[in-house]
Design a protein around this ligand. Sequence first.
Ligand code: NAP
Length: 324
Amino acid sequence: MWIENPLNSIEEVRLQRIPKPELKPGHALVKIMVAAANPTERLVFAALPLPGWSFPTVCGVDFSGVVEGVSDDVKNVQVGDAVFAVNWSSGHDDSAPVIGGAFAEYISIAAYKLSKKPEALSFEQAASLGCIGVTAFQSVIDVGGVSRGTKLLVLGGSTAVGSLVIQLGKHLGAHVVTTASTRAFSYVEQFNAADKIINYNEKKWDENAEVKDFDVIIDCSPEKGTLAKALAGGVVRTGGKYINLTDFSYGFDPTAHPPLSWAAFYPAHQDTANQDFIADLVVKGKLRIPVESRFPFTQEGVTDLLQKMLGGKSLGKNLLLISQ
Ligand SMILES: NC(=O)c1ccc[n+]([C@@H]2O[C@H](COP(=O)([O-])OP(=O)(O)OC[C@H]3O[C@@H](n4cnc5c(N)ncnc54)[C@H](OP(=O)(O)O)[C@@H]3O)[C@@H](O)[C@H]2O)c1
């Protein structure tokens, strides 16, 4: 069964039987065990003109599974390997025209995108970490340059990405402050990663006397206008960085917002080494990715999963159990 997906609404999602994908050069055919939902699915329903994405399509970018076939030129994985990946495309991986394909029994995917699943990692954990793990790695380490003593403010500590960002920041020795709502406060507390959690229902983060002079802000929240608020309130220091993961309107030029040394929207890019790094920290118990809900691979299960993503209230990952 496959999801032959939508035009504009969840009502148009159909679980359909379509042909098994053909193995292309450079590709592996993977039997999917578990797929994970991301707000990318929300973007589909908002009918954003994502480059390279036409309808009908099979949605879902995160999955784990077992390799069932490889083309002759593939060397990094072989039949029987347990693997995981995030199947990004244009904007995140310009060598790949087609995005998604994870809400299905099989995917044919460029083999360079596949990480081998460590034995100690469950298929659920592996499916959960691709998209958010790579995004957290690149925003915290590659762009943020976070290290011991960095003052790191994370807007949206209860988002799936944000929960990894605060944990990774703490793991690297940063002083971590984050925001969360009243209902999500204890969820964020459980990670023991934030030195301070600001309840944004009680107090505005940008009007908090203790929230000043941060080296790096990573914005994982849907709140608008956070750069202007951060600058006006002295929340980020001169020469500091503002890394926005949610709002294209900040543009892609990191030098466009002086006096900051880096300030823009950041689209994470395909990187298998980053996937492996995050998976290793999960295996070692240094990072946790909670699962909020599991859904069966049925018409009703898929509809419920997508409703959940559209709601924007998740605390942890929502999984589609495909072949387990
Ligand atoms: N740039 C990239 O490459 C990239 C990659 C991956 C994800 N993303 C983006 O990152 C964002 C987060 O993704 P996700 O999967 O982590 O989302 P998610 O888990 O679905 O986020 C849901 C959480 O956001 C919280 N939230 C809502 N409004 C908030 C606010 N104003 N301040 C703080 N928290 C708020 C919600 O709790 P409350 O409502 O109770 O606060 C809920 O816990 C999405 O916009 C996604 O598209 C970007």
